[in-house]
Structures are given as structure tokens and as C-alpha cells.
Design a protein around this ligand. Sequence first.
Ligand code: ARG
Length: 546
Amino acid sequence: MACYFRRAIASQLSKILGPAEENFLPLILAIPVSKKHHSPDFRLSVSSLVENGWIQPDRSVQAQTELLAKQLKCDSLLDEIHLNQGGIHFKFNRKLLAERVLQQVLKDGPYFGVKSQLFSLCKMKKVVVEFSSPNIAKKFHAGHLRSTIIGNFIANLKGALGHSVTRINYLGDWGLQFGLLGIGFQEFGSEEKLKSNPLQHLFDVYVQVNKTAEKDENIKKSAQEFFRRLETGDVQALSLWQHFRKISIEEYERIYKRLGIHFEEYSGESLYQKSSQTVLDQLEKQGLLKKTKEGVGVVDLSVARDMTSCATLVRSNGTSLYLTRDLAAAIDRMDRFNFDEMIYVTDKGQQNHFTQMFQILKAMGHTWAEHLYHVPFGIVQGMKTRKGDVVFLEDVLDEARSRMLQNMSISKTTKNLDDPEETAEDVGTSAIIIQDFKGPLLSDYKFEWDRILQSQGDTGVFLQYTHARLCRYDEVLFQSSKNLQPRHLVNFLLMLCRLAAVAHKTLPVKNSPQELAQARLQLFKGTCTVLANGMRLLGIKPVIKM
Ligand code: ARG
């Protein structure tokens, strides 16, 4: 919105001084909102006018500035223009701003803030966001949950800024675990259980076969043999693996849907077996791949090139590693998507992995590796459900829903709902997300259901509560109109007062950046209107001062 006012000033300057509006736009700077009641909104410094040659740098600078300030005229947009030390200050028409903002909110609806002029100045980019990326047959732990919601946020944000986004889920779908799973399924598997609860069943089989393998060397050997069959393309082994993978993805999709999350692509480590060999050949050709005494293939990443810091890319038996496959995957994605940037979201434990990976790609001459980013996040401790440790994403969602449902059933303010389960799920999930996003992503935190699901304070429940209540003004009126009882409206207004009081504390207007401050001001103005309208209905005259 500020763009609009800025342009009005630039237009006047252009008429007076000559150069086109665009030249002045960057010089009109927003002033942070201060404690002073009458603080201006924008300033134009004399020095910037002098630097650009629009004011002559002689003794008459002050006189020239005064003249310019006189030539600039207040209009429907600008309330005040005055000369101040070092510059000209502008204050724009508050009422018009409020109108414009509210008009824009109403017009743009869900797109408000998305289609801003500010963003149209940025170049549209192709962005790949890789997130969630669980490992088939293993636990979907809190780290995967964080990756899922953080990655989704980043992808949403990029999309809102007008970029084109590709969301990739890079599954852990390869490795010895599939050798064990293959053997384990023959031993303890059930096609029926696999159908009814695939993730649980694969996990159970994996746990069981692991236990057995610890004691039984033969099982270990057969697992290795099964994995070798996979690596050499044995049709039977591959078809079982494919079956596990497909059924798992279908299940993941169903659960992501509960969170409103989707992926353009389910990829995975398995896809990069062959191409990691190509990467190794390339590195070899470039003289970057070294063999250690133990026969391990490494890339030297130390500054002094003395092998004090190496990244391993091939095991002594010739097989590739997680890092090797990631190199191949990045190159493949560049080939297919020609992205402008790619973002990986994982816990901070993998920081070193990504640093090494980006370094190697750069060493290989892939200049685009400059545009790879790793967004690391901290560890969550103690994420448990009533049943015990969290094993699957679905456990967390179910737990959030059932706890929220319980809270709703004992809360006096809960309304009659068409689908309480759905509401409980949405509110419960928002509680998890808000708790997770409140601090810096890199911080660790302790997961406590009771704290997360509190209805007061800075929680997702409170956020939802506020939103829901603010959406219901007309419904409250309708309710009152049905049985002609004023209490519905009174309770609504009093509740709105409580919310406004909290908002007053948590959303300061003072000292906030200009645009944020303005937006908050609008929020309070909107609240004020609703209160006043409601009071008038009740037969109360709203007072301005008391
Ligand atoms: N599956 C991995 C894990 O669970 C995360 C994958 C992250 N992405 C990547 N390109 N390495 O730890």
C-alpha cells in the first residue's frame, strides 16, 4: 500500500524537477513509527537530492530545499509536507490509507499481500523445495515432521511471492534396510496386514527382522544377498521392493493430505544408483576422486589440500553412499527443472552433509551450486503420544486431534460444530505448527502437548480461536435475532475485547516497521468498528475518551 503513496510523492517531484517518477521512488524512505504521536511516514533527504544533481551543491542548498518543499502540495493522499533538518517529511492521509487497505483486503481476499507491487519487482524464479523425505519402513520422527511443516511453509511462501515451485519428497527408499525387509517379509510378512496398515506393518517387519539378524548371522547374510540382488536388478527382488515403495507412497500421500500438503514429485535415493556412478566417473576424470589406503574413494575438501578434511563417496566394496546419491540427484534436478534455486530442509545434524555436497558440486564446476540452500532446524525432544513414542506422522495428527477434541468437550466456549473431529484436527495441527514456528528454526525445543494446546497465550489454538470468533459477527447477530437474547452479542463483544487486549500487548504498533504498524493499525480499526457497531445495536453510545 505504501507504494501507492510513495508514487504520489514521486509524481509531484517529477513534475517539479523533471526526471521520471522512477528516479525518485528509491529516495523516498519510510520512517520507522516512533513514540511521537505525529510522526511523519516518509522522508526525502536533501543529501540524496544533491547527490543526484537535482539540487545544486552550493550555499543555497537550504533555500533550494525550502523552495522545493513549498512547491510540493498536499492533496487527497498527502496530509502534511514539512521541512525538517536535512530533509522534507511527508505524512499521508490516514483515512485514505485505511480505506485503501481495507478495500484491497476485501478485493484480494485470500490473495491480499500476495499480489503486492513490491513483489512484481522481483524476478520470477523456478524454485525447488525438497522436504519431508522420510525413510520407508523406518520411523517418521519429529525431525521429519519439522521438515514437513517447515518445507511446506517455505514452498507456500515462495509460491505466494510469485515464484514457480516444485515440491520434492526424496524418500529413503534404498539401502541395506531393503535387504532386511525383503528377507523379513518372506519370514514374518502378511499381505493382508500390508494392505490394511502398510507403514505399520513394514515397520514391524523391519524391527523384527533386525532383532533376529542381531543374533543370527545367516539372516544378516541373506539380507546382504537380497540387497545385492536389488542392486544387480533382479526382477523378483525389485518387484517386491517396488510393491513396498508404491504402497508406502500411497499411504504417505493420504496422510500429507490431512495437513493439506502435496508434492509434485516423489523421488528417492533409489533413483540415483546408476547416475551416482556417472558422478564418480566425472570426479575421477577431473582428478578430484582420491583413493585412501583402505580403498575408500574420497574427495579432499581441505583448504591446504592435505586430506585433513575429506568426504567419502565410495565404499571399499565399490558401493555408493548417501552423499554420492545426493550429488547425482542435484545434477539430475538441474537438468530437468533448470531451477534458479533449490532448498533442502532437514535437521541441523545434516549441515555438514550439505556443506560437503555443495562444495563438491562447485569443485566439479557446477556454478549453479551457488544457489543451493540448506535450511537446518533444531531437535525436538519428547514428542510422545499416549501410546508411547511417535513412530508415524499419523500418530501425531491423531494425538493432536484427540487431545483437542477432549479440550473442546470440556471448554465452555465450544460451539455446536458440524464436524468436531475436523475442527479438532485443524486446531490441533495449528497448535503444533505455531509452537514449532515461534522461535528460530535452529533452536531445539521440548515438546509438551499441554503447553502446545493451551487456549490462551501465544498458541495456535488461540490464533484459531481469534480467527473463528472474528469470522462470526454476523452469525452472532443471527443467533441473537433468533431468540432475541442479547447475551450472544454481549459475550461476543466482551470476548473481542479480551482478544483485542492481548493483541494490544503482542502486536505493538509503536516501533514496528512502517508497513507492519499500518497493518496492525487497520486491525485495531477493524476491531473498533465491530465493537462500535455492536454497541450501537445494544443501545450503547460508544465513547471516544474516558
Ligand atoms: N531421508 C533422509 C533422512 O531421513 C532425509 C533426506 C534429506 N534430503 C537429502 N537430499 N539428503 O534423514
